[in-house]
Design a protein around this ligand. Structure first.
Ligand SMILES: *Cc1c(COP(=O)(O)O)cnc(C)c1O
Length: 360
């Protein structure tokens, strides 16, 4: 198996001999067993799929590599997307790698610092739209209809195709699908992609079962849970601050066909889960990513029978993208100290501790 989604899963993707096999090393992300979360929720095992380990720090790279390779195959020279941040970071990276012009429309003032820094660094043309994500998406749809520019939002079916490979990887490493798959839901492309992947592996006889798909929206941006679009979605989790998901019906299909559930979690629950992951598991993720774990914790509180079950929580992106959220992570301020040993010892209250070095 080579490096990247196209070479690892090529035969299961809609690519041809003419599709360039580009890669930035996306996919093949770690699936780690939790140390504490399984006990906390009463599961036999909880695994964390660390999608923040992708080249631009989120799962978006899996679908972007396919969308960009197909754009190149079609001899397109310009790609465009609307983005809450991670899609633009990914599009800009693959656009740079493949010599394409990348145009991104982001909601003004509503995108995380790290994500904007990425789009700038990779040299995308960035338009800061005076409106929310849903409006920016309407605009790029119109532009890509009107001009020879390739849309690389998850409305582009190649994005979903690439993203389904995460489900393949989970089955490849566990030997079967888990009982539950917990995942944040924003534009709902990813939950649809995982369901496609699990279904395909099951149909091909590569998995004995299919997981129950448990999707979690933020309470202030939960159109699927409410059953109606949310005009002004509000949540601290900017990656899922979406009021009218493009893959709404596919997400409902994933929920219904799997016997799963799409539910909402509050910002407080999201921040608590983000903190739990960082402090107890050593995994620092984006706020949006923590919605999967917040959802699993909620299921446990509400009495879902998790005993003997395995769950996978999709950790969609890295916390390094949102440095502005770090203060909410901690009530312990940093401590200033003089650059002297005795001063450091005093601050750490080490006076009573034996000075003998620890045996190793
Ligand atoms: C895009 C994104 C989501 C939401 O995924 P959808 O496919 O829009 O539902 C969740 N978390 C992170 C970090 C993302 O970048």
């Amino acid at each position: 198996m080579g490096v990247g989604v196209l070479s690892r899963y090529g035969p299961l993707l809609p690519i041809t001999g003419d599709t360039p096999r580009v890669t930035l090393g996306e996919g093949d992300t770690p699936l780690i067993a939790s140390r504490h979360l399984a006990d906390e929720v009463g599961c036999q095992e909880v695994y964390l799929k660390l999608e923040g380990c992708n080249p631009t720090g989120s799962f978006k790279d899996r679908g972007m590599v396919v969308a960009v390779a197909k754009a190149m195959e079609a001899e397109s020279t310009t790609i465009i997307c609307a983005s809450t941040g991670n899609t633009s970071a990914s599009a800009a990276a693959y656009g740079a790698h493949c010599d394409l012009t990348t145009i991104v429309l982001v909601p003004k003032g509503a995108i995380a610092t790290g994500k904007l820094a990425q789009a700038i660094a990779y040299g995308a043309q960035i338009l800061s739209v005076n409106g929310n994500f849903d409006r920016a998406l309407e605009l790029v749809r119109e532009l890509s209809d009107k001009y020879p520019i390739t849309l690389v939002n998850s409305l582009n079916p190649h994005r979903i195709q690439g993203q389904k490979t995460a489900a393949f990887e989970i089955v490849d490493s566990l030997g079967d699908a888990p009982d539950y798959l917990a995942i944040p839901v924003g534009n709902a492309g990813n939950i649809s992609a995982y369901w496609m992947g699990f279904r395909e592996y099951h149909e091909a006889g590569l998995a004995k079962k299919r997981p129950m798909m448990m999707g979690f929206q933020a309470e202030g941006a939960a159109p699927i849970v409410r059953g109606a679009p949310v005009e002004n979605p509000e949540t601290i989790a900017s990656a899922i601050r979406i009021g009218n998901p493009a893959s709404w019906s596919q997400a409902l299909t994933a929920q219904d066909a799997s016997g799963g559930l799409i539910d909402a979690v509050s910002d407080d629950e999201i921040l608590a889960a983000q903190r739990y992951l960082a402090r107890r598991e050593g995994v620092f993720c984006e706020a949006a990513s923590a919605a999967s774990v917040a959802g699993l914790l909620k299921m446990s509180r509400e009495g879902h029978s998790l005993a003997g079950k395995t769950a996978v929580c999709v950790i969609t992106g890295t916390g390094l993208k949102e440095p502005e959220l770090a203060p909410s992570q901690t009530d312990i301020p940093t401590q200033d100290v003089e650059a002297e040993l005795d001063a450091v010892e005093r601050v750490l209250a080490l006076a009573d501790v034996s000075a003998t070095p620890k045996q190793r």
